[in-house]
Design a protein around this ligand. Structure first.
Ligand code: ZN
Ligand code: ZN
Ligand code: ZN
Length: 148
């Protein structure tokens, strides 16, 4: 069974009807490399209505088929994800994204809840920096191995 079929099945098991248009969106999403924006999906599914694309992306997010990555410039990207709760580190230079699952914010959430009298139900955390490849590419010349 293909990833597309598996995803369609997952949606149907949750009681969502998967129309041909929705299936087109799912195919486009699963074919994307690393991360992408809704605009990328819209470009690849021109025959599908904009509202359907946005609704399907929301559905895929709710079902943890994709996760959202917030870039530092405010752009929201999506990424196919098989993980549960996790966060990302984003490289400022090349835009590479990695997941991380260590999420040790329970004490913070407890304090926040106490301080604000809110019941905290979610949080968002991304790290921004430079990946090892980008750092390696900018090592000062004097510190490079001789003859390298
Ligand atoms: Zn993710
Ligand atoms: Zn990088
Ligand atoms: Zn977390």
């Amino acid at each position: 069974m293909s990833d597309v079929d598996l995803t369609v099945e997952r949606l149907e098991l949750r009681g969502h009807r998967v129309t041909a248009s929705r299936r087109r969106v799912i195919e486009a999403v699963l074919a994307r490399p690393s991360h992408f924006t809704v605009d990328d999906v819209l470009r690849e599914t021109r025959a599908v209505g904009r509202a359907t694309v946005f609704r399907t992306m929301k559905l895929l997010t709710d079902l943890n088929v994709v996760c959202r990555v917030l870039f530092e410039d405010g752009a929201l990207h999506y990424r196919v994800s098989t993980r549960g709760h996790h966060h990302h580190v984003v490289c400022r230079e090349c835009g590479r994204v990695e997941d991380f699952t260590t999420c040790d914010v329970s004490a913070l959430v407890r304090d926040l809840s106490r301080a604000t009298d809110y019941e905290i139900e979610g949080h968002w955390l991304e790290g921004y920096g430079r990946c090892s490849d980008c750092r390696a590419a900018t090592v000062p010349a004097s510190r490079e191995a001789p003859g390298g």
